[in-house]
Every structure is written in structure tokens, then in C-alpha cells.
Design a protein around this ligand. Structure first.
Ligand code: ZN
Ligand code: ZN
Length: 368
């Protein structure tokens, strides 16, 4: 049994538990998870159809047929439509063939409305639901293949740290640092997990600053948040450096965030919940008097999507389980001054503790 067969079997268990008769997935994380096939969605329907029984098949436009037939899960039933015919008639045949209109059909959460509404028209009396209910708990706990891919993504992301630090210099713009990261990623043969965040000086006080034309100057604290996507899986780290020199306040804030990060990692333990990890990190920052400046949750799950379950947030009493992968990224954001966020990805081991996928974070604010 391949990893894809095992995932499919578990998803079918999830479908039965949720009372779902059929899944219709469009290109995205759920399709990648089940088949290894990914493709940017476009106006022509590519769909994976998974009844809870034993069939499964792809529908594809002829121009993608060769790529779909090469799907890593080895799904051989690939039904092809062409532009003259359109996809609706082919899907109508499949609906009759597999009696898809009997029972609840779950469609991809990210399916474009132009497909979802047409599907509803083709099956007017069939209830449609979102497919995520059959996937969420499964996708949160990564299997061996996924953990390997996440480690590769973490390694490729770590390899960019020296590139980012080297590009930070007085007179350089945020965008030039982002471009240096993009170039290094391309040369290594990887994509970006998301648009890199490079935030210099007071821009760093906005956690999701849009990288722009701001020129860096000596003494600036620079927040660098970036990630490589490898084998479909996302890397995501945040590092901070200061240009040429650092104020006492910058060093002190860095030290607090560093200790909060370490406390978050240490809180990952057998029996711990997502809430416990968030509180451990948050407590260090609050005790240091900066609680009101920690503006977001402590972390997010990561995998095929950069943000997925489990959320590391206060009130989330989900017990952490082996295979869970998530970021720990506390931060302090001082309006008009600077920001510091430190982020690594961890996974929960069989014993319940954290294994950090990234390089250790420097304990003191690096000066570049
Ligand atoms: Zn990040
Ligand atoms: Zn993150």
C-alpha cells in the first residue's frame, strides 16, 4: 500500500464518519494530499472524484491530460473532455455512471464558484457540503512522507538565512532583499511558500508589512519572514537582524522574544494542548511588560498549505499529537519603533515533545 492509498483509506473513513457519499476536489491542497498531483487552478475544470466506495477518477481538459495521467498516486481512470465538448456533459455522464447524485456530495473548499454552482445545477436535489470536514484531522497529523518533505522545505528555507542577512545593508531597499531571496530560491529550484516579508525599522511593527521601497539605514531592526516550498510542502521562518549597531531596547526586546520562543518549544510535551503552547510563549512576553504588543496567535499548522490546522492560539484545547507540525512565532511590535518576531517550525514526536525542523535561532540579536 502506498502512502497515497493509506491517505485515501483514512479519508474514506472520514467521509463515512461525516456521512459524505462523494468528494469532488479541484486542484489545491486536498487534491495534492490524495494524489501528489498539483496544478494551478484555471478556468477549465480539472477534478478528482472520490466516491466513498472503491472508484476514483480524474476529469481533465485534454490540454492537461498527460500531466494528470502521470499523477503520483497512479490513478488510471482519467476521463478527458475537450473545449468543443465542455466539461459539463462529461461530468453528467460520470454522475449517472457512479450515481453520484445519491447521497451527500462534498466539494473542495477552494473550488471556484463557477464550478460549484454548475455542479449543483447538474445535481439539483443533491446536498453539497465542504470537503474539509473529511480531511482536517488527517491532514493535521503528518505521515512519514510529509514529515520528510517538511524537513526538506525547512532545510531549503534555512539555506536562505545567509542570503537574507547578506542582502540587508544601509541603503538597500526591502524589495531588494526580497528579490535576493527569490533569486536564490529559483536557483535552488524551489518556489516561495508566500511573498517574503522584509520589514525595516518602524515597518517591522506591522506583523504583515507589505515589502516595499523603504531604504534601510544603520541601526534599523529588520524582520525577515520567508519560506521555500519543496515537494509541495511549505517552509516558513522569521529571523531578525540589526544593521551595523543595535539599541539597548532592541537587544532587550529580542531577548524577550527569544525566551518566549524557547518557552513555546519547551511547552510542547505529552498531554499539552495548542492553548498551552500559546500561553507559555505569551507569559514570557507579558511578564516582561510587553503583553499588549504581542498582536497575534503564537503559531499555525503548516503542510501543503502555509496556514492549516492546528492553530496555536489561546482557547484551542486540541491536544497536540505526534505528526502535528506548526510554527512557533511570538513577536513584539512597538509602533513607530521596530518589531521582533522569531519563528521556527516544530513537529510533535512520538513521545510528545517538539523536534525543531529549522536551525537554532541565534540567542542574541545578530548585527549585520
Ligand atoms: Zn512566517
Ligand atoms: Zn508562520
Amino acid at each position: 500500500m502506498t502512502a497515497y492509498d493509506e491517505r485515501l483509506a483514512r479519508v474514506r473513513d472520514g467521509m463515512k464518519a461525516q456521512g459524505l457519499a462523494t468528494l469532488i476536489l479541484t486542484p489545491g491542497a486536498a487534491m495534492s494530499y490524495l494524489t501528489g498531483f498539483s496544478e494551478a487552478g484555471h478556468e477549465r475544470l480539472i477534478a478528482l472524484i472520490v466516491p466513498s466506495t472503491d472508484a476514483r477518477l480524474f476529469i481533465t481538459p485534454s490540454l492537461n491530460a498527460a500531466q494528470v495521467r502521470a499523477n503520483p498516486a497512479g490513478i488510471g481512470d482519467v476521463r478527458v473532455w475537450d473545449d468543443a465538448q465542455g466539461w459539463e456533459s462529461l461530468l453528467s455522464e460520470v454522475i449517472v455512471d457512479l450515481t453520484l447524485d445519491i447521497g451527500v456530495v462534498a466539494v473542495d473548499d477552494d473550488m471556484p464558484a463557477r464550478f460549484a454552482l454548475k455542479i449543483q445545477q447538474l445535481m439539483p436535489t443533491t446536498p453539497l457540503r465542504l470537503a474539509s470536514s473529511a480531511f482536517a484531522p488527517l491532514r493535521a497529523a503528518k505521515d512519514t512522507l510529509e514529515l520528510a518533505a517538511l524537513q526538506h522545505a525547512a532545510d531549503a528555507t534555512d539555506a536562505l538565512i545567509p542570503v537574507a542577512f547578506a542582502a540587508c545593508a544601509a541603503g538597500a531597499t526591502e524589495m531588494s532583499v526580497s528579490l535576493a531571496l527569490q533569486k536564490a530560491l529559483g536557483e535552488a529550484g524551489h518556489e516561495s511558500s508566500f511573498d517574503s516579508i522584509v520589514a525595516a525599522g518602524q515597518n517591522g511593527s506591522s506583523p504583515h508589512h507589505h515589502t516595499g521601497k523603504t531604504k534601510m539605514k544603520t541601526g534599523d531592526v529588520v524582520v525577515l519572514d520567508f519560506g521555500a516550498r519543496v515537494e509541495g510542502y511549505c517552509g516558513d521562518i522569521t529571523r531578525v537582524c540589526a544593521l551595523g549597531k543595535a539599541s539597548d531596547e532592541a537587544r532587550r526586546v529580542y531577548d524577550i522574544v527569544y525566551r518566549a520562543h524557547q518557552a513555546g518549544v519547551a511547552a510542547v510535551d505529552a498531554g499539552a494542548t495548542a492553548h498551552d503552547v500559546d500561553s507559555a510563549a505569551r507569559r514570557v512576553i507579558a511578564d516582561a511588560g510587553y503583553g499588549e504588543f504581542f498582536l497575534h496567535r503564537t503559531g499555525h499548522g503548516i503542510g501543503l498549505e502555509c496556514h492549516e490546522a492546528p492553530n496555536i492560539v489561546g482557547g484551542n484545547r486540541t491536544p497536540l499529537q505526534p505528526g502535528h507540525c506548526f510554527s512557533i512565532e511570538p513577536g513584539i511590535y512597538l509602533p513607530g519603533k521596530f518589531g521582533v518576531r522569531l519563528e521556527n517550525i516544530v513537529t510533535v514526536t512520538e513521545s510528545g515533545s517538539a523536534r525543531v525542523l529549522n536551525q537554532a535561532i541565534p540567542p542574541e540579536l545578530p548585527i549585520v
